[in-house]
Design a protein around this ligand. Structure first.
Ligand code: GAP
Length: 501
């Protein structure tokens, strides 16, 4: 079986070969952690965004959407805490001159012990089944030892990170004898804090220049528009404001393909509630968001909650929805009860009141906020990696398949004349014209029909409509379903009904 690295490599290769994702600036050797979405990638990405927008904004009468600017007043990032506290601890290796996230070095070290632990557990199971008592005991003891080490390191590491103890983190790296993957040495610099925001200058002459930031989250654009939306939209609490947009973070460690990017997109929703009711709404959104994921038909065991024990200073509850990516369970979406922290901070820094007058209680207050925040690119990776398969067929051949949920597939229908003669291409074109106002369709007449089916399988097209000689006689076509490969004959007039996804 392919290991996790091989699996991820296959997914990256598939994304490139079939026109989903290209490395950015590839002809100049690329730009680290920046990617371009190609012809099918952009369709899948747009479908993900639309699917989210529809379920959040269209299906919830008390949620509206906005599209705020990427550039915002620099004071916003001071108020939100990003200028002072949006940092990662970094460390350099003096020999290779390579820079690492100090916490990631320790996490990778822990992962290696966890891998060893898993192997020992596997071995112990086999030895138990084979009644190999002595060997079973030995493996079991090793497993217990690994678990103890993991628990110790995890506990100390959490203390150091929570206490912002940079010297302690360096000491831990030295004590664990972690080496630089490039130079192989332990010649480390001190650990320093590194702010993740990109900055640039605004102003036509340099003397007027003012440092502004590329937003690291879309959420602040919602908070600073709270009053505008509440008043112009005549919103009544509880209500939400949703937004999809680009965010930028100068990630030190760029890896795992589009999982951690420097330029990415977020789909965020801030839900404003009465103070004291926030935990009820936190639970509501926790369940609601998990339902949204499950509705896409991916096996539920690929998702799990990870409740935060240590909370950010502004939160009184937080959880992640984790997905089983090719490299293990990792955060896909975050759900936070952010209290009244952001609005209160913006009141303080802007000097403007950000209050809601509650006609039911006759009170004015700063609402509390539940946030749901999911990365579009991470969602893309979750869907894409789950869908990417190789299937052995009865005739011994292997077909490459992208089992995308039909609602998200880039091309919904391919229209294929069986042969390039006898009026079949013209008939197929008529069907294309009938379907393309409703779905993104693709016409293909090149190569044998089997090869054309394979091409569509590899880009995840759920249905292929084939026009053959019988079509010319009775106006029927075959519809081939991607996953089962089963074919069904339907009349052309029934097609639209049949395909409505
Ligand atoms: N407003 C809250 C916020 O930004 P976050 O946990 O830092 O919280 C939310 O980010 C989501 O954005 C994550 O769950 C992830 O899906 C996505 N995300 C964060 N950083 C990312 C990155 N560097 N590349 C891709 N997606 C990222």
């Amino acid at each position: 079986m392919a290991n996790n690295d091989d699996l991820l490599k296959k997914i990256i290769a598939h994304a490139k070969e079939y026109g989903f994702i290209f490395p950015s600036s590839e002809i100049y050797d690329g730009l680290s952690a920046v990617y371009d979405y190609a012809q099918y990638g952009v369709e899948l990405k747009n479908n993900i965004k639309q699917y989210w927008w529809r379920s959040m904004v269209q299906l919830h009468e008390n949620i509206v959407g906005i599209d705020s600017a990427i550039f915002m007043h620099p004071a916003i990032w001071k108020a939100s805490g990003h200028v002072d506290a949006f940092n990662d601890p970094l460390i350099d290796n003096k020999d290779s001159k390579k820079r690492y996230r100090a916490d990631v070095l320790i996490e990778d070290y822990l992962q290696k012990i966890e891998d060893k632990l898993e192997k020992e557990i596997e071995k112990a199971k086999k030895r138990f089944d084979n009644f190999d008592e002595t060997l079973y005991r030995q493996t079991n003891e090793r497993a217990v030892g690994y678990q103890k080490k993991i628990d110790e390191i995890t506990e100390n590491f959490a203390k150091l990170m929570n206490g912002n103890d940079l010297a302690g983190i360096k000491q831990m790296i030295e004590e664990l004898e972690i080496t630089c993957p490039v130079s192989g040495t332990k010649n480390w610099t001190d650990v320093r804090q590194f702010n993740l925001m990109f900055s640039t200058q605004m102003g036509s002459v340099s003397e007027d220049a003012d440092t502004i930031y590329l937003r690291p989250e879309t959420a602040q654009g919602i908070f600073v528009n709270f009053s505008n939306v509440y008043k112009t939209g005549r919103m009544k609490i509880p209500f939400g404001i949703a937004q999809i947009g680009k965010a930028f973070r100068n990630e030190i460690v760029a890896r795992q393909f589009i999982f951690r990017m420097r330029e990415f997109e977020q789909m965020e929703m801030q839900f404003f509630v009465r103070p004291g009711e926030e935990l009820k709404w936190f639970d509501f959104w926790k369940q609601e968001r998990m339902k949204w994921h499950h509705a896409l038909g991916i096996a539920p065991e690929n998702y799990r909650f990870h409740d935060h024990e240590k909370l950010a200073h502004y939160a009184n509850a937080a959880t992640d929805i984790e997905f089983k990516f090719p490299f293990g369970f990792k955060e896909l979406e975050g759900i936070h009860s952010r209290t009244d922290y952001d609005l209160t901070q913006h009141e303080k820094y802007s000097g403007k009141k950000l209050r809601y007058f509650d006609p039911e209680t006759n009170e004015s207050y700063v609402p509390y906020v539940i946030e749901t925040s999911i990365g579009v690119d991470r969602m893309f990776l979750a869907i894409f990696s789950n869908a990417c398969r190789e299937e052995k067929l009865e005739d011994g051949t292997v077909r490459t398949l992208l089992c995308l949920p039909p609602v998200l597939a880039p091309v919904k229908v391919a229209v294929l004349p069986l042969v390039k003669k006898d009026g079949l291409p013209e008939k197929a074109r008529e069907i294309m014209d009938m379907l393309k106002p409703h779905y993104l369709c693709q016409y293909d007449e090149k190569d044998a029909i089997g090869r054309r089916y394979r091409r569509q399988d590899a880009i995840g097209t759920p249905y292929c409509v084939t026009v053959d000689n019988q079509t010319m006689e009775d106006n029927t076509v075959t519809i081939r379903e991607r996953d089962s490969m089963q074919q069904k004959r339907v009349t052309i007039s029934e097609l639209n009904n049949f395909l409505s996804l």
